[in-house]
Design a protein around this ligand. Sequence first.
Ligand code: R2B
Ligand code: URA
Length: 346
Amino acid sequence: MSLLTGNSHSLSEEEIDEYADGTVKLRNPNIELMDQDILYHVALGSESHDLREMFGDVKFVCMGGTPKRMENFAHFIMDEIGYKLPAGTQLQDISEFSYRYSMYKVGPVLCVSHGMGTPSISILMHEVIKLMYHAKCIDPIFIRIGTCGGIGVDGGTVIITEDALDGHLRNSHEFTILGETVHRPAKLDKKLARELKSLASADDPYDTIIGKTLCTNDFYEGQGRLDGAFCEFTETDKMNYLEKLRDNGVVNIEMESTIFAALTHHAGIKAAVVCVVLLNRLNGDQVNAPKEVINEWQQRPQILVSRYIRKVLAQHGQLKSLFGHHGSIKSPRRFKLVQQESQAHD
Ligand code: R2B
Ligand code: URA
């Protein structure tokens, strides 16, 4: 059966399997027949770059909305896993010259920005899934680290998505392909979600919960906000809608989870979505927490994901010890003295 046809079809378990060696299967026979595959929006190509050499060791693909957040995450995860860059080098945005997305590689962790909403993340995901295929990555795990609005959940709470639902509360993503409507299941890996939840600590000064996530195509009217440029419903309509969502087990709203889940599931890739709540939508529409507070909140999903990555790497004996040496600095005190001495001669 051609997987490019536009009929509604739910994949059987064998169909979503990767290749037996764990490499990512592409459900597109055309790619193999092409002379080269240009991953235009991430500024990479299958013949211009040695993708296997560059990315073959990637085990975790972490993605989030903004280039800056993903750059911060790359630095954070570098410290967390004790990854050392070769002397004299620094982290570089691999996709800098696409002017679309940012991409940083920290050993086995690829950190990529995906922009806002379905069209933006969809383009990125097609290219990153193809990247995994060209690079022959083994069993890569995809995790979206994002922000969201909570439903009856306070700002700062971390939410792991159990099921991603579309605007009609369907656990699928609706595509329009060649003018036909196609639904693909928006399935995330339940075991991975539970494993992430188990890494929340009783000492964390915030809650980490699992629940259903509503994915919308808009931030304002699409999420029942009263404060967009347009609004043709009442506050009562809005509250009735949010309460209906809550009664259906929805704990948060964001804008990428169904396509993220549908495309990873279609490629047989294990995936999870971890978001931090910026506001409780039952109390209002505007995101008005102070910038510093929001910045701290945004680190929370990163902390949870880093615990997971550390745990997996440790299980495989691949976690370098952070203790005793930080980067290439043997003595922070002497390092400071040398730095001061050098600066004095500037
Ligand atoms: C969460 O935040 C963004 C909108 O502000 C959107 O990308 C999302 O999913
Ligand atoms: N992101 C969203 O999509 N909605 C919110 O309310 C907050 C962040």
